[in-house]
Design a protein around this ligand. Sequence first.
Ligand code: COA
Length: 173
Amino acid sequence: MNKKNIHYKVRLRPINLKRDMSKMLKWYSNKEVLYYSEGHTTPYNEKIIIKMYNSITKDGHQKVIKRMHDSITENGHMYIIEILSNKRWLSVGDASFTRTSTPITIGIPEYWGKGIGSQALGLLIKKAKRYQWKELKISGIANYNKRSIRMYKNAGFKVTNKNKKEVKLILRL
Ligand SMILES: CC(C)(COP(=O)(O)OP(=O)(O)OC[C@H]1O[C@@H](n2cnc3c(N)ncnc32)[C@H](O)[C@@H]1OP(=O)(O)O)[C@@H](O)C(=O)NCCC(=O)NCCS
C-alpha cells in the first residue's frame, strides 16, 4: 500500500444533492463500491439516492420544524468528501453521521487505502464532539469488509455485535 507516501488534504462539505447527484450515481453504479458499501451490486438510481439522503438528514417521524440547535444536534448530516488534488478540490465520496450510523463511502476505488477514509472519519468525530454527541455508531459493516472495520477500530470504535454477516461498532465520545 502506498498510503505512507501520499497524504491527501481532506475536507468535508455539506452535500448539494442537485449538484452532487451525477457524481453519486457514478459512485453507486460501481459494482466494487456497492459490494463493500451496500452489500450488493445493483446500481442506484436517483430515487434511491434521494431516499438515502432523506433517511440521513431528515427525521421522518417529526414534521414540526425544530429550533436550529435541535436540528444540528439531533438530525444527521451528510457530507461530500473532498481531497486536494493538483490544487483543486475533488469530490471522491460521501460521509454521514446520524444517531444510528456513521457510513463513509469513497466512490472511486483508486483512492482506497490512502488514508482518506480515516481522515474523513476523524473529521466526523470532531463534528460529533462539537455537537456534544455522546457516541457514534456504525452498523452493518460486512464481515468481509476488512478495510472498513480496520478504519473504525483504528479510530477507537469497539465491536458491540457480530454475526455471521456483519459487525456493529460504537465509539463513546
Ligand atoms: C471503507 C473506506 C471508507 C475506508 O477508507 P480508506 O481511505 O480506503 O481507508 P484508509 O486508507 O483510511 O485505511 C483504513 C485502514 O484499513 C487498512 N486497509 C487498507 N486496505 C485494506 C485491505 N484490503 N484489507 C485490510 N485492511 C486494509 C489500512 O492499512 C488502514 O489501516 P492502518 O492505518 O492500520 O494501516 C473506503 O475504502 C471505502 O469507501 N470503501 C468502499 C465502501 C465501503 O466499504 N464503505 C464502508 C461501508 S461501512
